[in-house]
Design a protein around this ligand. Structure first.
Ligand SMILES: [Fe+2]
Length: 467
């Protein structure tokens, strides 16, 4: 990998960043330098007053807000700091913009910063993000203030939207970019995972911040503390979102493991199909919501095998014609297993049609070409590729190149040519490592036979007095 040269490298050395990837190093250095420059600029342009009370107040409120983080999927952490920082921008008793920049710098110090749980340049990046967002918000406030007449509701609402928008945009964009570069995940993916579902909750902190400032000015700063109650409610809803999502993905993984545990020959197959299908879908530029559905359907595509008799499912040799006929019912069983669940119902068509063929000779309905749902066409290719590139008890894996030859040979017959082109592009660009990343929890694969053996060895009453 080529190292970035010139002043960024010198700065990277100063910051001790030279071991990070070039792109991450660039981003960290750039934002930290911009944050420091913004702080210096506002310190030179502010006329200082000596009333430290309001500065102290907002710093403490921000410290309380930052002490209550919510970890979101996708490597991001949500905070309630937007409300007090926006309040500090609108608080006319502060010697702004220097005061708001200082509150953003000192008020956002977290316990993990003091405990050195993240590298110190990570801490500096986060602080720079807050400083830049606060300064951008203040600049929007200063720029729009001459245009807003006192008591003009439309003008005030527009100003709140512009100031809040500036804060939110800079803060969220920089946080998303770092999470994206650090985890090597597209920004759209991080956004879909972490921000999209709690977007309204995050944005609603902006008018709340404005209200806090007005109450602080009109009634007294103490009164703004009452707004901690709606802030804590917002935090509760953020954490509920994360919990619900984890519960849902955990249940889907458990279902997927159930079939994997039973069918010892294809251990981990569903998990890998899911990752491959998601990577192809992303390569094809599908929206994140659809990619997530395809990922889940990939995990559950063979769930209907639970309904296939063990003597057929576990038969180590080739199936007879009548056995094959029974095996071919598994997509229908799968669809009927998923149908009753409202959350899993969108996956039903994808699971039902994962054995159709592009020329219409597949099962269960013999759909042809575009009649087959796109998600199924992607899972069909992922399923075939995974089966060819992993060992089975009755044959060895054939390797990536030969697997691609087979996919190319049977495009238009068995596979959708667009999907084959997408997997080909992906593999030639990134190699088999293209399928490594997934935000699904890692699965511990243990076949039912292994589980039985393990439990047979363990004493039956082992957990009786455990707790
Ligand atoms: Fe299947």
């Amino acid at each position: 990998m080529r190292a970035a040269g010139g002043w960024p490298l010198i700065l990277a050395r100063v910051f001790g960043l030279e071991r990070e990837r070039p792109l991450l190093r660039w981003l960290l250095t750039f934002v930290i330098v911009m944050g420091a420059a913004a702080l210096l600029a506002v310190s030179l342009t502010t006329r200082f007053t000596f009333d430290i009370g309001p500065v102290f107040f907002w710093t403490v409120v921000t410290l309380v807000a930052v002490a209550l983080p919510v970890r979101l999927p996708g490597g991001m952490v949500a905070h309630l700091t937007t409300a007090p920082l926006v309040a500090a921008v609108f608080d006319t008793t502060l010697p702004n913009p220097f005061a708001v920049a200082c509150i953003a710098l000192v008020g956002t110090i977290e316990l993990r910063d003091l405990r050195r749980e993240i590298p110190w340049y990570g801490t500096l990046y986060n602080k720079s993000t807050y400083v830049l967002a606060a300064v951008a918000a203040w600049a929007s406030y200063a720029g729009t203030s001459p245009l807003v007449r006192p008591g003009d509701p439309l003008g005030i609402v527009a100003q709140i939207a512009i100031v809040g928008g500036a804060f939110f945009f800079v803060d969220t964009l920089l946080a998303l970019t770092l999470a994206s570069v650090r985890t090597q995940t597209p920004v759209s993916r991080v956004f879909a995972l972490s921000v999209r579902n709690i977007f309204v909750g995050l944005v609603s902190q902006v008018p709340l911040g404005w209200l806090m400032a007005i109450i602080a000015i009109e009634v007294g700063h103490w009164a703004a503390l009452l707004f901690m109650i709606p802030l804590l409610l917002a935090r509760y809803s953020f954490s509920k979102y994360t919990e619900t999502r984890e519960l849902f993905f955990g249940s889907v993984s458990a279902l997927s493991q159930a079939i994997d545990a039973k069918d010892g020959f294809t251990r981990g197959h569903a998990d890998r199909v899911s990752r491959i299908a998601a990577a192809i879908a992303r390569e094809m530029g599908l929206p994140e919501k659809q990619i997530e559905q395809i990922e889940l359907a990939g995990l559950l595509h063979d769930i209907g095998k639970i309904g296939v008799e063990d003597r057929i499912l576990m038969k180590p040799s080739r199936l007879e014609a009548d056995e094959q006929e029974l095996m071919r019912r598994h997509p229908i069983y799968g669809a009927s297993i998923l149908e009753p669940s409202a959350a899993l119902r969108p996956l039903v068509p994808l699971v039902l049609h994962h054995h159709e063929r592009y020329d219409g000779s597949g099962y269960p309905e013999g759909l042809k070409g575009d009649e087959i749902p796109l998600g199924s066409r992607i899972i069909i290719v992922a399923d075939a590729y995974e089966a060819m590139t992993s060992d089975r008890i009755y044959r060895k894996a054939i390797g990536h190149d030969r697997a691609m030859d087979q996919l190319t040979k049977y495009k238009d017959v068995q596979f959708d040519p667009t999907v084959v082109r997408a997997i080909d592009q992906l593999l030639s660009r990134r190699g088999p490592a293209a399928f490594e990343s997934s935000d699904l929890p890692a699965i511990n694969y243990e076949t039912l036979a292994e589980l039985r053996r393990r439990l047979a060895r363990a004493p039956v009453s082992r957990d009786a007095h455990a707790g």
